[in-house]
Design a protein around this ligand. Structure first.
Ligand SMILES: Cc1cc2nc3c(=O)[nH]c(=O)nc-3n(C[C@H](O)[C@H](O)[C@H](O)COP(=O)(O)O)c2cc1C
Length: 325
């Protein structure tokens, strides 16, 4: 017996390849796969690595940038866990001016959309950093209000709607010419309230999630592994939780009349199936982080896998992957 034929009528001319491009906050990406902040440097580090095809990526998010250069945290910075990775980098970066002068021209020339991940210790620092980026050639700012690895700033802005709205509004008015995506923390007790507060304060898109606050103990030394005690957990271990958060946030935004706000999902995505799950749950694009460390070609394989899935399911646009609830 032959393979059963699909009862669906194929749309568009037969054999036409699916359109993988997506538009997030007015920025067109050639496909929905973006390198996650902190796991792809400034794009250039991977450009020379054999096997990885950087120009075909949808976008690259830079390592978290701050107004002034930061040396990052002391002690152990990375620690593997079963199915996950703990990091305590502490936002080491060269500062925004050096980024713009030294790294951005090369990153710009690679091809993918450039997304600058912005951090700060207080609202003034965020706003000053945003102003510098506004005058640069980056395509989009990803406002990081969710870093669990710095004492000041970072995550505490992402926990409450009022604080999240205040920093979003300040960055919005300092960077009027750039698309603005706010990166949400999984630690907030009310993700939908924080997300809506950011949208009302001027966010064009939302990305989720950043790492989960976690820790490890060295039982021989009899002390926590990290100098800061806690660190951020990423990788496969967080994927089902991150997926649930994307699903729930998309429903909450829709219920609040903000269903058109694009969501960029991440957390443990390592394969085409993982990425398609997030796109099914309501994300318009995905970011891939920890997986790249173990498998530099992961994003290339994810792009090819999404394309093959769309062909197999006769889907013409990425948006059609979303499950109609
Ligand atoms: C080593 C490392 C450094 C990171 N640095 C940043 C950062 O500077 N800014 C940020 O917003 N997220 C940062 N993240 C979080 C990732 O962008 C991503 O949100 C998280 O790791 C979940 O995705 P994954 O499980 O695919 O890694 C970092 C993650 C790792 C593993």
């Amino acid at each position: 017996m032959g393979k059963p034929r699909s009862s669906k009528t194929p749309r568009g001319p037969a054999g036409e390849p699916p359109d993988l491009s997506v538009t997030i906050a007015g920025i067109r990406l050639r496909n929905p796969v973006i390198a996650a902040s902190g796991t792809f440097g400034y794009g250039t580090e991977y450009a020379d690595l054999a096997g990885i095809d950087v120009p075909v990526l949808g976008g690259i998010c830079t390592k978290g940038l701050t107004l002034k250069a930061r040396r990052g945290n002391s002690g152990v910075r990375l620690w593997e866990t079963p199915s996950g990775l703990l990091n305590s980098i502490g936002l080491e970066n060269p500062g925004i001016e050096t980024f713009i002068e030294k790294y951005l021209p090369v990153l710009r020339g690679l091809g993918p959309a450039v997304i600058a991940n912005l951090s700060g210790s207080d609202i003034e620092e965020y706003a000053e950093g945003a102003k510098l980026l506004d005058g640069s050639s980056v395509d989009m700012i990803e406002l990081n209000i969710s870093c669990p690895n710095v004492k000041e700033g970072g995550m505490h802005f992402g926990l409450r709607p009022e604080a999240a709205a205040a920093v979003t509004a300040a960055v919005r008015s300092a960077a009027r010419h750039k698309a603005l995506m706010v990166k949400l923390s999984p630690a907030t007790p009310d993700l939908a309230a924080v997300a809506l507060a950011c949208v009302r304060a001027g966010a064009d898109a939302l990305s989720l999630v950043n790492t989960f606050k976690a820790m490890a103990i060295d039982i021989e030394q009899r002390r926590p592994v990290f100098d800061n005690v806690s660190a951020g957990l990423s990788g496969a271990a967080i994927r089902p939780i991150a997926l649930r958060m994307v699903w729930e946030l998309w429903e909450a935004l829709r219920a609040a009349g903000a269903g058109a706000v694009p969501l960029v999902g991440m957390g443990g995505i390592a394969s085409p199936v993982d990425a398609i799950e997030f796109l099914s749950a309501g994300a318009q694009a995905v970011q891939v982080g920890s997986a790249t460390f173990a498998h530099p070609r992961a994003m290339n394989e994810i792009i090819a896998g999404i394309k093959a899935y769309m062909k197999r399911k006769e889907l013409r646009a990425v948006d059609e992957i979303r499950i109609r609830k």
